[in-house]
Design a protein around this ligand. Sequence first.
Ligand code: ZN
Length: 139
Amino acid sequence: MITPEEARRKPEPSPDADSAALWKGLRDGKLLLQHCKACGHVQYYQQAICRRCGSDDLVHRAASGHGTVHSFSIVHRAPGPAFKDDVPYAVLLVELDEGPRMISTYTGGKPDDVTFDMRVRLVCEPISDTISLPRFKRA
Ligand SMILES: [Zn+2]
């Protein structure tokens, strides 16, 4: 059973073998993308192999941190007690300049300011000693 106190605590990402480098990079203020040396594909969601060609010859490179809002949604009803104080907030589907798309949230302004194709820039927001979340503000 979950206590009310636990329900108010936000879930934290728990890095695994595939995502450890990504989370360390975010802590250092960098968004690491996986570049496939075999086919050139660039991916955000960290995996042991390239999603396009299956090669395991992947190398991390820091993203520029720049992107465009491809789509977004404004959340008015918190998905749980932990997010009650955050609403309303904007969930973004950001298309990074390097190509991959990632889901994130908007920071540094009102959710109503968000528009399609708005240029955004990465902000690494620390939530604990080991975890920083990738969020985006207006560029
Ligand atoms: Zn590949």
